[in-house]
Design a protein around this ligand. Sequence first.
Ligand code: PMP
Ligand code: GLU
Length: 397
Amino acid sequence: MSIPLSPTVQKLKPSATIAAAAKAKALKSTGVNVHEFTLGEPDFVTPEHICNAAKEAMDAGHTHYTPAVGIPELKQAVCDSYQRDHGLTYQPNQVAISNGAKHSIHNVLTALCGPGDEVIIPAPYWVSYSALVELCGATPVIVDTTEESGFCMSADQLRAAITPKSKLLMLNNPCNPTGAAYPVETLEALARVAVEHQLFVMSDEIYEKLIYEGSEFRSFATLGEDVVPLTIIVSGVSKAYAMTGWRIGWTLAPVELTAAMTKLQSQETSNPCSISQYAAIAALNGSQECVEEMCAEFASRRTYVMQRIKALPKVSFAEPGGAFYVFFNVAEHFGRPLPGGQSVENSSDFCSALLEHAHVALVTGDAFGAPGYVRLSFATNMATIEAGLDALEKFLS
Ligand code: PMP
Ligand code: GLU
């Protein structure tokens, strides 16, 4: 008997990044040496002082329910970090701690948007954006950006996408999958349009600490006092502190919206993991040297990966200013025959063929709203990067 699943779940697509990683893992379990570049997950271990804080929290008996959107000490640590890093003054009642930034995004959308609302998303976008908008019954409005513009949406593009139904812009800076780090002038122009139209802006800044030479980061809420009431910052500890498994993310938002998300979270998950919350306090309040060290390592991998991809035939990309991805165009390879007579017609075919014949695992650009492209995550060790790029080069030639 087939189970009559809800229409919402029937329409929902699985996460393409997680699916690509699972496919690579399945091949690996058969004994194949797979060069894995799928998940955007730092390969570093979580720094020791953060793990120690979690152990101490357990020993101190912090193993029970906490307030729905986090303990006061963590909310304060989040506020202090935005004051320190961006000169932004937030109060703890504007902070909601959740089970990872993905959950924070779901909270924002569920609290703010519903049927009849339009949510503007610049493409290429992170795979979960459009899926989570659809999950809350709202309509994603996709605005395509180009490699030539460094994959940044302009104020004119935003203005042209706005209708009376527009409720929210989902901005991701630096961007997954392109690595685009928005120039301050572009952000300022986008902020003016948002204020003019009283459009809410969810600014997903989870990669803010991973910025490379020649690029800069500005938090959206710093763009003016009139921007703050419209801004919802989303971030978390996953990327900067190599804490993907701990599941701690947050929002900084107007009090009323934070209260709505608190109500929501009290019904859906009770609270984020108590032990992880103590670990996150140590991450935010402790020395930031570990972040600098990991960022320096990502920077040298980025240089190497870009140099290798530049040397590949008929491939193009915009240099990533932040995050840990290179998003490159392979469309000129479509239509070419492969060993065995198959031919590659799109990015998804390309990724399947690459995995099958060269054992290199990438994520298809189709999942990010960018046909013709593929994403490589360089959040993996140099040995894998070198061997994987050798295999990719051989496959393309
Ligand atoms: N936003 C972006 C742009 C991401 O790439 C990710 C991927 N992890 C997230 C949010 C979610 O992060 P997490 O749930 O691990 O905090
Ligand atoms: N955000 C990461 C990625 O894009 C982790 C996987 C996921 O949550 O989608 O690969």
